[in-house]
Write a protein that binds this ligand. Structure first.
Ligand SMILES: Cc1cc2nc3c(=O)[nH]c(=O)nc-3n(C[C@H](O)[C@H](O)[C@H](O)COP(=O)(O)OP(=O)(O)OC[C@H]3O[C@@H](n4cnc5c(N)ncnc54)[C@H](O)[C@@H]3O)c2cc1C
Length: 216
């Protein structure tokens, strides 16, 4: 930590609940608390308003009618994105959860291609339509769209992966990493080093590897 008081407010019960099985997510709450972060799980932000040089954040706990107020110097909001599809819609392209593209990354207007956070594509390995908000997919898909535009035969079947660092822990995830799936954990050191497999009908749909990061 940098010496500042930090509060982390989110509506789920634990950090990374949408990704990780409940015991791993709960251990992340403990890790953040050990590091001095005030973890306010199960709390929703209702308003953010300036007051002088400060910011007043009003929150409400899920299941309670009690409103709380916290006065802070700064707010960092991590809320996800909504794809900017207005231009595509105005051009008459098919848009669902994002701009729809085929395996060659063509939109419904074959001279127009889309890639990255904004594009929705079908992944044959995972057998589902995906729109991925991660760097690995944006880089790989962008390069593939360029090759496709230049006339190469492209079938985009890349399995998306992503990574993040949580203090001294790092994780790398590939495929469908969704805590609603059945999970099987193989820990070398519980919640610090190991692999979580995400299963459906006895098949692995995704995998998250957790490890301790090196000193650099
Ligand atoms: C705070 C933050 C942290 C992140 N951390 C990670 C991480 O740890 N790991 C990870 O894998 N990913 C992370 N990501 C996600 C990653 O940055 C994105 O997946 C990636 O940048 C998407 O690339 P993109 O080219 O699809 O879109 P963008 O990088 O959003 O690029 C789209 C570009 O299009 C431009 N544009 C939009 N509309 C128009 C228009 N009408 N005309 C012209 N230009 C237009 C925009 O200005 C922008 O420059 C993070 C993102 C954020 C915001």
């Amino acid at each position: 930590m940098t010496g500042h008081d930090v509060a982390m407010i989110f509506p789920q019960q634990a950090i990374g609940s949408r990704l990780f099985p409940p015991d791993l997510a709960q251990s992340l709450n403990d890790l953040y608390r050990e590091k001095g972060v005030e973890v306010r799980a199960g709390e929703t932000v209702e308003s953010v308003d300036p007051r002088g040089s400060k910011v007043v954040v009003k929150t409400r706990s899920s299941g309670h009618d009690r409103q709380r107020e916290i006065v802070v110097d700064a707010v960092v909001a991590g809320l996800g994105i909504q794809p900017n599809v207005e231009l595509a819609q105005a051009a008459g392209l098919d848009v669902d959860n994002g701009i729809c593209v085929d395996a060659a990354l063509r939109t419904s207007q074959p001279d127009i291609f889309a890639a990255g956070d904004v594009a929705e594509f079908y992944n044959p390995m995972l057998r589902s339509h995906l729109r991925v908000e991660h760097e690995d997919n944006a880089n790989t898909m962008g390069a593939a769209a360029g090759r496709s535009m230049a006339g190469q035969l492209v079938r985009y079947d890349h399995i998306p992966s992503f990574y993040s660092d949580l203090f001294e822990l790092g994780y790398e995830a590939v495929g469908d990493v969704d805590s609603r799936l059945e999970t099987i954990a193989d820990w070398k050191d519980p919640y610090r080093e190991g692999v979580v497999y995400y299963m459906e009908e006895d098949r692995v749909r995704g995998r998250a590897a957790v490890e301790r990061l090196g000193p650099d």
